[in-house]
Write a protein of this length. Structure first.
Length: 101
């Protein structure tokens, strides 16, 4: 499997640009990240319209970023789980945007 050290092209650029934010997030206390994720979920599920969709889309963007960074070392089931979670978040966000929730 590939690791970050043998990446090239756009992947290497994204990994390099992501290094500083990932180190920053790693240095934060664990509860801060959990509170941020929980807060975005609460805003996304309790909010209506654009507010709810924005909370879910921010969470989706962060999840997609981490999934992209980890993709080369994940097995098939881990990849499928991440894709399913992102599809579910996108569906809920679309539901908020179109007034279904």
């Amino acid at each position: 499997m590939r690791t970050g050290s043998d990446s090239s092209g756009i992947r290497a650029t994204i990994e390099q640009l992501s290094a500083t934010p990932v180190v920053f997030l790693h240095r934060l206390p664990r509860w801060v990240l959990l509170a941020a994720v929980f807060g975005l979920l609460v805003v996304g599920m309790a909010g209506t319209g654009w507010v709810g969709a924005a909370g879910l889309l921010v969470l989706l963007a962060v999840m997609a970023w981490f999934a992209y960074l980890n993709w080369p070392v994940l097995d098939g089931s881990a990849r499928a789980l991440r894709v399913a979670a992102m599809v579910l978040l996108a569906a809920f966000a679309a539901g908020h945007l179109f007034g279904r929730f």
